[in-house]
Design a protein around this ligand. Structure first.
Ligand code: AAL
Length: 430
């Protein structure tokens, strides 16, 4: 009987083990399956599981969530005070602001100012331009400057760089300035036009003027400091938006050229940004061998950030509306995707030109709106933008990913004349 009892226990144990073993196996399999699936809690690092292309890419950003990404920000805009625009009749325009700099407690800002008797007639009518009639918004312009204590209310101080006598470079127009401070001196780089813009493209080399004080007087320091490319090269006839920074102890100027365009064709344009480097602000400047270093964006906005250089690429190119970062100042990678980006952004960067500076970004700057007027009364206005691209601030309002406009904003981008199109609403492909 005793033996039978033990036999019974043995049989039951075996049955139990048999039944429970597969269950345990199933449970393990289930666990494995779970760990192969993307987790509910956002991982800080790329999980070691098979990932979709999109999941792979999210770990290439500074943080996988846009809201945590130091390069992601919203932009909020404020109207500037203190500038008169002649009731919007198109005769006064201010655009392409320089980055503001702070000197003795005051912000200084340089910009293109056009004050003409009549509004511009447009680049496609450049042949009709005269000494009185401007072709584009930046034709017959000069470089003016203004000061401010808060970055919102500005007092226009007067002209900084005037148009020289014909035939000196820039006699037709001087425009689109930006500032460099180097060893106690101030340098303004700007586009110098010898013909109405639009005649043979937006043809203008870059000139430089310098001064001992931000209030001037400005001395002419050279023309064509950024050499045009040879015929057939992307920057053969344009060097726009000179944007100087100090990087690795040298002067780096980023500039823009629209290419695949003038003079032979007008409707297939592309925009590239190049980089030139010099030991001294007056040059000579050497082109970076990898130019164009940026193939997206329009006006130039570059800033030294951490050990590299960051940029906002607006409007043009496959990577438009992004912030990009290059550890070496030349090989940029997309770091964040943006909405409502500032046009011709010119950030205020504390200590921008101080060497050995800990480069920590910015939280405000100036920009422009080119469509402040109407078709026959075209002019631009400057504005202020605020954002959180600074390592010293963390303002959650700038980190929201939704940018909500009223329906009217969308309806303003209506079909317009397209709705009258004879073939229906769209042109068919040839
Ligand atoms: C801009 C800039 C340059 C162009 C024109 C005036 O905003 O890209 O300056 O030449 O438009």
């Amino acid at each position: 009987m005793k033996n039978t009892k033990w036999l019974w226990v043995l049989v039951m144990t075996l049955i139990f083990v048999n039944c429970s073993a597969p269950k345990e196996k199933e449970q393990t399999e289930e666990k494995d399956n779970t760990s192969q699936v993307f987790p509910f809690t956002m991982p800080n690092e790329k999980p070691n599981i098979p990932l979709s292309a999109s999941s792979e890419r999210m770990f290439k950003y500074a943080e996988p969530r846009a809201q945590d990404n130091e390069f992601f920000t919203q932009f909020k805009y404020t109207r500037l005070k203190g500038f008169d625009y002649s009731n919007g009749d198109g005769t006064i325009s201010r655009r392409d602001p320089s980055r503001p700099i702070l000197v003795d407690g005051k912000y200084y800002l340089w910009y293109t100012k056009r004050h003409t008797q009549v509004p511009p007639i447009g680049w496609n009518r450049a042949k009709e331009a005269t000494d009185i009639i401007p072709s584009t918004d930046w034709d017959l312009a000069e470089i003016w400057y203004a000061t401010s204590e808060d970055g919102i209310t500005w007092a226009e101080q007067g002209v900084a760089v005037t148009r020289p006598e014909k035939p000196k470079s820039g006699w037709r127009s001087v425009a689109t300035p930006d500032i460099l401070v180097w060893k106690g001196k101030y340098y303004l780089y700007y586009q110098a036009f010898d013909e109405p813009s639009g005649l043979r493209g937006d043809l203008c080399p870059v000139s430089v003027s310098y001064a001992d004080s931000p209030e001037g007087p400005w001395t002419h320091g050279g023309d064509a400091v950024i050499p045009f490319g040879k015929e057939g090269e992307w920057d053969q006839n344009a060097t726009h938006d000179p944007h100087p920074i100090i990087y690795n102890g040298k002067i780096h100027i980023y500039y823009k050229a629209a290419y695949n365009k003038w003079p032979h064709k007008r409707d297939k344009y592309a925009v590239g940004h190049g980089l030139v480097i010099a030991e001294h602000p007056l040059g000579p400047f050497t082109k970076h061998p990898l130019n164009p270093v940026m193939q997206s964006g329009h006006e130039t906005t570059y800033w030294p950030y951490k050990d590299g250089v960051a940029t906002i690429a607006i409007k043009d190119g496959n990577e438009r509306e992004t912030i990009q970062y290059a550890k070496d100042g030349a090989n940029f990678e997309v770091a964040a995707h943006l909405s409502l980006t500032p046009t011709a952004a010119a950030p205020y960067i504390p200590n921008l030109f101080k060497e050995g500076q800990d480069n920590r970004g910015f939280r405000w700057g100036l920009c422009h709106f080119v469509n402040a007027g109407t078709a026959n009364k075209g002019y631009s206005i400057m504005a202020r933008f605020d954002c959180d691209l600074s390592l010293d601030y963390d303002e959650p309002a700038f980190k929201k990913t939704g940018v909500w406009h009223k329906p009217e904003v969308y309806f303003q981008q209506g079909m317009g004349s397209l709705s009258q199109h004879p073939e229906g609403r769209y042109k068919k492909k040839d």
